[in-house]
Write a protein that binds this ligand. Structure first.
Ligand SMILES: *Cc1c(COP(=O)(O)O)cnc(C)c1O
Length: 455
């Protein structure tokens, strides 16, 4: 597979480009896949091979890879005003309009928006906002941030500290003051004989105990993805948010919904907090915000945090934070168009229309002897491979089962992502029933061939 000749794209990629989050032995064997363009849900490599991208790029290219309206919105804004910041009381008209739109489509009655270039920076910004406002309110000891194991909140030093993945130990992270609760994954974490409702109660009790141990007066905020994405598509256990929110409220701890993946329809409703029926104090958005056509993140504060941050800022005459490209006018113009395309031009409607087919296909593959759990919500799902279905025993890590499945998929012209022992699927919202059939039949072939080798 790997074309090692010195001028091949694969060798040139190796020579001067770092790969993030990439299994280097796979690259050694197979070479990188170098892409040139896309069409609908497909991407094409330098050899002209076509791949159905069942991961929407990285969850974000929900309107496909060649949406004409989004490209036109970008071009029109580049022609009109190609760049500006949002410092010193100046900002582009597009930025004003996007903030109005985001507050309008948010679950909040009122609020304000702060822009970043990524989801990681949006989480970092939110943490700094909390530290800043608690300090200004005379509670500078309210510093600790609670998240969950397996959560993914990003890669900057603060957001990586929030991310509950063991790999962060190679950086000496998490930083002090970042605490992680048990992942609310009933199938994996539930105890023998424990019902799902009992499991949820145990998760809530663990939060109560952590708050009691640490002291509520030392805790700045609690962050959660409605459905954990990069943790392996893990929906919360039944009633999870209803169980934890009253505890947080009782102790004055803001609940921040990290909607970087769930926002803009991935779980069926516009926001994951709507799908799971809870009201956060703020929302973190990125990824689908621009349908992947521009790097942008946003913190959307609900009314209470807006007031508190406003007061804290007025006390020192500014909020001393911002990125050079925060609220970039081209990004904002694209986001305005993306929101319109997703919500009003049938993109989310299509996602919801094909979700029953997606669920059927997932359930069918879930019947295989080596699939232990099928899970998901809306148009995101995961299949977890196991050696033994009854005992939920995983395959030996050295077999790299999910990597092999993903590689076999690539060979069949399908891109999907190995995550732990799971395969993650989150196709673009524009996917058609025929393309979903193609996705499942390619995946089924890959699963069969790998399981026949390892089982
Ligand atoms: C991707 C992701 C982030 C980080 O976003 P980047 O743009 O990669 O920095 C944060 N939170 C969640 C839930 C994500 O999925």
């Amino acid at each position: 597979m790997n074309d090692n000749s010195p001028n091949s794209w694969e060798s040139r990629a190796d020579a001067h480009s770092f790969y993030g989050f990439t299994d280097l032995p796979t690259i050694e064997d197979r070479g990188a896949v170098i892409l040139t363009h896309g069409k609908g849900p497909y991407v094409f490599d330098v050899h002209g091979r076509e791949y159905l991208d069942a991961n929407s790029g990285l969850w974000n290219m929900v309107a496909g890879f060649d949406h004409p309206g989004l490209a036109e919105a970008a071009k029109a804004q580049y022609d009109r005003f190609p760049g500006y910041h949002a410092f010193f009381g100046r900002m582009a008209d597009q930025t004003v309009m996007l903030s109005e739109k985001l507050v309008e489509v948010s679950p909040f009655e009122d609020g304000k928006v702060f822009y970043t270039n990524s989801g990681s920076e949006a989480n970092d910004t939110m943490v700094k906002m909390l530290w800043f406002l608690h300090g200004a309110e005379g509670n500078p000891q309210r510093r600790k941030i609670i998240t969950r194991k397996n959560a993914y909140h990003g890669v900057t030093a603060v957001s990586a500290s929030m991310t509950g993945k063991p790999y962060n130990s190679v950086f000496g992270l998490p930083l002090p003051e970042f605490l992680h609760l048990t992942c609310p994954h009933y199938w994996r974490e539930g105890k023998e004989g424990e019902t799902e409702a009992e499991f949820t109660q145990r998760m809530a009790q663990e939060l109560e105990d952590m708050i009691a141990r640490e002291g509520a007066e030392t805790i700045a905020g609690f962050f959660a993805e409605p459905v954990m994405g990069a943790g392996g598509v893990i929906p919360p256990s039944e009633g999870y948010f209803q169980a934890i929110q009253p505890i947080l409220q009782k102790h004055g701890i803001p609940l921040i919904s990290d909607e970087v993946i769930c926002g803009f329809g991935r779980t069926g409703e516009v926001w994951g907090c709507q799908t799971y029926d809870f009201m956060p104090d703020a929302i973190i958005s990125s990824k689908c915000l621009t349908a992947g056509y521009f790097p942008m993140g946003a913190v959307i504060l609900g009314p209470a945090l807006t007031d508190r941050l406003q007061k804290a800022s007025e006390a020192i005459e500014e909020f001393p934070h911002g990125f050079t490209a925060s609220g970039h006018p081209v990004g904002c113009a694209i986001a305005l168009k993306a929101i319109d395309v997703i919500l009003n031009e049938g993109v989310l409607e299509n996602a919801n229309a094909v979700t029953p087919l997606f669920n059927e296909g997932m359930a069918r593959l879930g019947e295989m002897a080596n699939i232990g759990e099928v899970r998901g919500k809306g148009l995101m799902g995961a299949l977890e491979a196991v050696k033994d279905k009854a005992t939920k025993t995983p395959f030996d890590g050295s077999l790299s089962v999910s990597e092999r499945i993903a590689n076999a998929c690539t060979d069949h012209g399908l891109i999907c992502r190995p995550l732990g022992q799971s395969i993650v699927l989150c196709p673009p919202f524009i996917i058609t029933p025929t393309q979903l059939d193609e996705m499942f039949s390619k995946l089924e072939n890959a699963l069969k061939s790998v399981f026949s080798e390892v089982a």
